[in-house]
Design a protein around this ligand. Structure first.
Ligand code: 5GP
Ligand code: ZN
Length: 135
């Protein structure tokens, strides 16, 4: 646990909060500033700043948990779709530096925009990038 980390405190019950789910490794809470109704955060109890620091088993279990909760949100909140968002680094929109997965139920009329501007790289550029990453 990192002393000055708000998500460590929320995940480990130092600061009380709502809880949708809890086990020995994770706590799932509602986001205080939700994009949509039901927007939740999967918080590992053990501190990791971001995905680079996250243990493999925690990464795998977090996604399985996201899968279970997505089905629950679809059924109980009648969500029409679902985004899973995970930001790493300030430039990518991370504001709390304790790894978390955003679970964002989507509704036909929710008016949210979650995404990016599509680029138009040449075939050569795409091939170069693929080569760089597959080496
Ligand atoms: P990030 O931008 O790091 O991916 O996401 C941080 C998220 O944490 C934001 O959506 C923000 O609303 C949420 N958040 C920040 N502080 C608190 C808090 O004290 N309680 C809860 N429930 N959510 C928080
Ligand atoms: Zn933390």
């Amino acid at each position: 646990m990192k002393d000055d980390c708000i998500f460590c405190k929320l995940a480990n019950g130092i600061i009380p909060t709502n809880s949708l789910y809890e086990d020995e490794k994770f706590k799932v809470i509602l986001d205080a500033n939700p994009a949509t109704k039901g927007h939740a955060l999967i918080l590992p109890k053990e501190h990791a700043d971001n995905i680079y620091d996250l243990p493999d088993d925690t990464a795998a279990e977090a996604f399985v948990l996201a899968k279970k909760l997505s089905a629950k949100m679809r059924d109980r909140l009648h969500a029409d779709g679902f985004n899973i968002v995970q930001n790493n680094g300030e430039v990518a929109g991370q504001t709390v530096f304790h790894f978390h997965l955003h679970l964002i139920p989507r509704y036909a009329d929710d008016g949210q925009v979650i995404g990016w501007k599509p680029g138009k790289p040449s075939a050569e550029e795409l091939q170069k990038t693929a080569a760089l990453l597959s080496e």
